[in-house]
Write a protein that binds this ligand. Sequence first.
Ligand code: FAD
Length: 309
Amino acid sequence: MVYDVIIIGGGPAGLSAGLYAGRGMLKTLLIEKAQYGGQAATTNEIDNYPGAVLDETGPSLIEKMYKQAERFGVVFTSDTIKDVELEGDVKIIKGEKEKYKAKTVIIATGAFPRQLGCEGEEEFIGKGVSYCATCDAAFFEELEVYIVGGGDSAVQEGLFIARFARKITFIQNLPELTAAKSLQEKVFNDPKFNFVYNSVVEELYGEDGLLDTIVIKDGVTGLQTEFNADKDDGTFGLFVFIGLVPHTKIFEDIIEMDRGYIITDENMRTNIQGVYAVGDCRSKPLRQVVTAAADGAIAAMDAERYLID
Ligand SMILES: Cc1cc2nc3c(=O)[nH]c(=O)nc-3n(C[C@H](O)[C@H](O)[C@H](O)COP(=O)(O)OP(=O)(O)OC[C@H]3O[C@@H](n4cnc5c(N)ncnc54)[C@H](O)[C@@H]3O)c2cc1C
C-alpha cells in the first residue's frame, strides 16, 4: 500500500493536516507514537485558540480535532518512527512496528519540554518533578509547588496548579516574568504566588524517594539558597516550563534545519520534494495551536497540488 500522504505526529499540526488531506480525498495515514494531541493534550488552559471558549481544555479540543479528521477517512496508527528514506517518488517511513510508504510526507513531530539538566532531576521525575500540569497538578493538593520558568506557559500552568496547591513560588532566571502582561496581572494579584528572580536550580534531593529540597543559585550575588519541604508535608512539587526541544533528530543530515528546527518555505515545503514540515518542529516565530493548525492545512493543500502535477 502506497499512501498519498503520511503524517508523522498526531498533535494539532498533524491532525489539521489530516483533516485537510482526508477532506481532499487523499489516502492519508497518520502515525502517532504516544497520545494524540501532543503538547496541547497536556494543558488544561487553551483560551487563545479561536472558538475555544471558557471551558475548553487541551484534551477536549484535541478530541474534536481527532474526530473531525477521522470523519474524513484518515487512517490512524500507533508507531514510533525511527528512520526515513525521503529521496525519490516513493518515501519510506520506518517505524518500530512496520514500514510505511507514501508519495508525500508531512512531518508534524512537534517538540518536547526542555529539562533543567541539574543533579537529581532524573531521579525525581514522577516523584516531585513534573513537566505537565494537567497530568500531575492534582497530586499536589494542599502542598507547596515551585515552578521553574516565567513565560506564558509557566504562568498559565501556574494558574491551573493554583487550583490545587497551597502556595506557589516561581523561580525565574531573569529579573522579571516574561509572560503576557494579562497573565502576569493574575499572579501578581493573588497572594498564593511568590517570586524568586535571577535564580537557577542547581540541585534537587530528597529522602524516601520523594523530592524535599531544592538548591538554587542567585545569578547576580552567587549565593546559594535551599528550599526545604514543610515538615508536615514531607515533600513538594517542582514543575518545569523552560521551553522546548524539537523532535527532529531522525531527520538530521537529511533535511535542512536551523538549530534543530526544520526550515520550510511558506507552503511548508522542506528542501526535499514532496516532504513538508508543520507545527512546532519547524523554524517559525510563534509556536501555538493556531499556527500549528494553520501549517497543517497549508501543507496538506500543497501536497494535494503536488500529487496532481
Ligand atoms: C504546558 C503547555 C501549555 C500550552 N498552552 C498553549 C495554549 O494555551 N495555547 C496555544 O495555542 N498553545 C499552547 N501550547 C503550545 C501548543 O501546545 C503547541 O504549539 C502545539 O501543541 C504544537 O503542535 P504540533 O502538532 O506542532 O506538535 P506537538 O503538540 O508537540 O505534537 C507532536 C506529536 O508528534 C508525535 N511524535 C514525535 N515524534 C514522533 C515519531 N518519531 N513518531 C511518531 N510520532 C511522533 C508526538 O508524540 C506528539 O504527539 C502549550 C504547550 C505546553 C507544553
